[in-house]
Design a protein around this ligand. Sequence first.
Ligand code: ZN
Length: 64
Amino acid sequence: MLYHKITSENGTTKMVDLYEDEIFSICPSCGIEQEVDTELLQSILTDGDFGGTSVYCAECTKKE
Ligand SMILES: [Zn+2]
C-alpha cells in the first residue's frame, strides 16, 4: 500500500491511503486535469523524477 504522509501544523503525522485511481496531474500545456493511470504512473517511476515530472494530456502529446 502506498500512502501520503502528511505532517500537520501541530507536528502530528497522518497517513492517508493512496489509491491508484486518486492520482491526478495537471497538463503543463493546456492546464487540463487528468487522471494518472497505473501505466502512466509506472512510466513516471521508471523514468525517474516523480516530483518534477510533467504529464502532458493525450491532446497535447499528439501535437508534439
Ligand atoms: Zn494538454
